[in-house]
Design a protein around this ligand. Sequence first.
Ligand code: SF4
Ligand code: SF4
Length: 439
Amino acid sequence: MSTAAPSENLLKHLDYSVVQQCMHCGICLPTCPTYDITREERHSPRGRIALMRAIADDRIPLSKEFAEEMYYCLGCLACKTACPAGVDYPHLFEMARAEAERSGVLDSAPRQFIRWGLLKVLFGNYWMMHLFGRCLYLYRALGFQTLIRRSGIMKLMPQRLQKMERLTPTMERRFSNELIQYLEAPAQPRYTVGLLTGCVQDMMYATINRDTADVLLAAGCRVVTPRGQLCCGSLHAHNGDLELAKDFSRKLMDQFDLNEVDAIITNAGGCGSHLRHYDRLLADDPAYAERAKVWSAKLKDIHEWLIEIGFDKQLQALNLKTSPQRITYHESCHLAHGQGIVKQPRQLMKSIPGLELVELPESNWCCGSAGVYNLTQPDTAAELANRKMDNIVKTGCTTVATANPGCLLQLEKFSEIRNIKLTVTHPVSLIAEALRRGQ
Ligand code: SF4
Ligand code: SF4
């Protein structure tokens, strides 16, 4: 992580070997969704890295066009997987967006207000976030959403607002704190784990968090779930606010007793990819650097952890009596490309008796969700979502599993928009369901 003072160019102060890693081979180009759409070099990983390097070398000034280019990038990290030179694109990408924000080239009063309201006020305040979640729940549950959609009033709104409205998240009736106790334990625990409930995940997919706790209990884990968990800061880091991202990481770490747990478990691909790098994020913080190293070493994606402790074999040995089902699997970019977790979810799902896993064409091609990309770049996001939907339809499956709240939401909403009968679920929920039905 850069040690640049707040007034200095972050790209310039990045370890120069990181900026120099790219050898311009172009192997990443066919894997980049934005390049695939536009066929323009500047919308490719190689083009973006060249721009970052030109700024680091003071060959070009940091312009609005550069900043917009960094926000046109999905941050899907497919280029990281493809790159034979091991270019650390995630690090470059975060620094480039942070530098774009630091320079102020995109600043306007409305943009600053939205960023402050969203990143600091809403995501920074647990109760505010929950109040917002309750309001959204009631908006749908009391029929206001249906009323507004049927009234045709949305047609009078700007196109952009109409597109955003289609993606209004559906909140659950009960959030994680109401579904999961602080401490839950099986009769004979083999491990103790801390469970991350997330911020958006906590309200939109609390049932998946409950399923995660159930599967961990079945796997012999004592589960500690601290109350009132805040955002992990990935939204902030990916949107150029590294200082706020650091604040959130410190607050979240403070909620866990790292000596007590064998692992900290996340079930959200996007969060996991960020949570793993707290050691790098806080490397310059004397009060937290050591703690962050322990955190990063103990941070596990749920699929990774379950395979590590042999739960797939345990699952097979249970001889569950389940009905046959065909499902397909969409890979969260930040799970597959960001964390390299590719085999484990498949291995676990294949261990469920009666489950046939049908491979999804382009399973690791971004669905367009990408944090808030589906709100900031709705047209590109919709193009990617439609491509994903077409591929899902090709499999003939009516259930798709995916392990990230953004992907879950994107697939749910676009199946609604396209009127495709599709159940969108998490691999862990498939396991939890099999355990409930089969025992
Ligand atoms: S992160 Fe994704 S969209 Fe951005 S350059 Fe890499 S492959 Fe392209
Ligand atoms: S990022 Fe990697 S794959 Fe892409 S051009 Fe550079 S070296 Fe080649």
